[in-house]
Design a binder for this molecule. Structure first.
Ligand SMILES: [Zn+2]
Length: 234
């Protein structure tokens, strides 16, 4: 099993390094925290990576198509492979494990399966902070703040990450996808540990769970999610 970690912040990157994490670390092009490559969530980011790859001295860096790039079927996957022959794919979060494994065979690829991480549910063009508090931009504060706001409604609990440089808000499920007790499902796959809101301590705990042969204490059922791996979208 090959393990890859994705990070959002320098602290998370450092926590992995300090814990002796052996796998590759990827991040967005913008944050540039990677050890081996980047993921693209839209065509602009993909175009930047393709350009970098052409001119770069480090041309062997890896390019991942993120979950927001449409790679739910063979045609879409082939389209991306034509653009970037070595492209790799983070498994789209809407498909079940069975569907993903069929698609891997069909399209002759290996997905990177997310086995831990808060799922991104939506990106809105609304400034969450402006709606409820005060926009960072208007307050003249740090526009790259990675502060998450936790909120609840009748359908669940969520984390909002405001990006006031563009006043966009990313909404994540507050309950993380957790498959660290189901690693058998991924024995000959690439897997992804996906860190967004996690503190150093939390990252160390996730790594501990990942590295332990048998998990002694499983998180409570209501504290974790299996995403759509077993139950598709109705
Ligand atoms: Zn704002």
């Amino acid at each position: 099993m090959e393990v890859i970690a994705r990070v959002k912040t320098k602290d998370q990157f450092d926590a992995l390094k300090e814990s002796g994490f052996k796998g590759d670390i990827i991040s967005s092009v913008k944050s540039g925290l990677a050890t081996c490559g980047f993921f693209a969530d839209n065509f602009d980011e993909l175009a930047i990576l393709i350009e970098e790859k052409k001119k770069s001295e480090m041309r062997d860096f890896r390019i991942f198509a993120g979950e927001l790039l449409y790679s739910y079927n063979k045609e879409a996957i082939n389209f991306f492979k034509e653009l970037v022959p070595q492209i790799e794919f983070i498994a789209p979060s809407e498909l079940t494990l069975d569907e993903l494994k069929k698609l891997e065979k069909n399209a002759d690829i290996k997905f990177a399966y997310k086995i831990y991480g808060h799922q991104l549910l939506m990106i809105t063009n609304q400034c969450f902070k402006k709606n409820y508090f005060k926009c960072e931009k208007e307050a003249g504060r740090n526009l790259n703040s990675q502060e998450f706001i936790k909120f609840k409604n009748e359908s669940g609990s969520y984390l909002a990450l405001n990006e006031c440089s563009e006043c966009k808000t990313r909404i994540y499920n507050a309950v993380p996808l957790y498959m660290l007790d189901k690693l058998d499902e991924f024995s000959d796959s690439k897997v992804l540990l996906d860190f967004t809101v996690e503190t150093k301590e939390e990252i160390k705990n996730v790594l501990k769970d990942f590295n332990s042969e048998t998990l002694k204490t499983l998180p409570k059922a209501e504290e974790i999610s299996r995403g759509h791996y077993y139950k598709g979208i109705d």
